[in-house]
Ligand binder design. Sequence first.
Ligand code: DC
Length: 259
Amino acid sequence: MTMERGAVESIAPPDEPSDPETDRPVRRLIIAIDGPAGTGKSTVARQLARRLGLEFLDTGAMYRAAAAIAIDAQVNLNNAEEIVRRTSEADLHFDWTTDPPTLRAFGKSIMHRLRDADVSAAVSPVSGLAALRRLMVETQRRIGEAHPRLVSEGRDQGSVVFHDADVKFFLHASPRVRAERRAEQLRSLGRAADVDKIERELIERDERDSTRPVGPLVCPPDAMRIDTSTMSETEVVGHLESLVRGHLGEGSGSGAATL
Ligand code: DC
């Protein structure tokens, strides 16, 4: 998996990122956002990136793509080596010229597969495979070098991938609230939703993600832990934005101003 290709890159090579207009080195700003499913992390991370003028990396999409590639190639989902081989073969990489960046495999977008039910069911165990995680961690670090002004979202971004991130957030919410949010999403798509069942599945998934031996879901000690249970996504974005600006000594000004 290359993930970084000259044809789709919009900024300078990894070793020396520079502003294309001024040719001056860019100021690194990596914001890591982790937390369990159902905290609104993805939407929040994407909106925060936009508000701060940063790029956005959806690392869950990378694991989903690996699961989709494995399923489509009919690979046994416990066969880590084969999944890594197929994922590398697929030349999985982001096209950074679109917003949000498009994940491509075998020369075409794989975005339409990422939320399919078979992929959603397979991705949690697949993302626990140590060899795949090694490939993903290495790739995400390379992306961070080439795109050093980044909001990176996942489960291990502050704890493993960017342990030196400039700002780290860990979003959480009670399982009940998260299950209700998910049920609401399903109903808005015209699908039936059983909140109790969703809650049970979320608790099981949290348990699996938190206790796996590689890249477990943990709140890094230097992360700001945000309980989103009683906040709307817009409120969370505004809160994180002011925390980032405060952290960087810019006061709490908000809006589309870049840092
Ligand atoms: O955030 P998401 O639902 O798109 O993530 C898909 C799966 O990948 C989920 O089971 C958690 C896992 N994941 C991970 O293990 N590490 C990451 N950095 C991102 C996602």
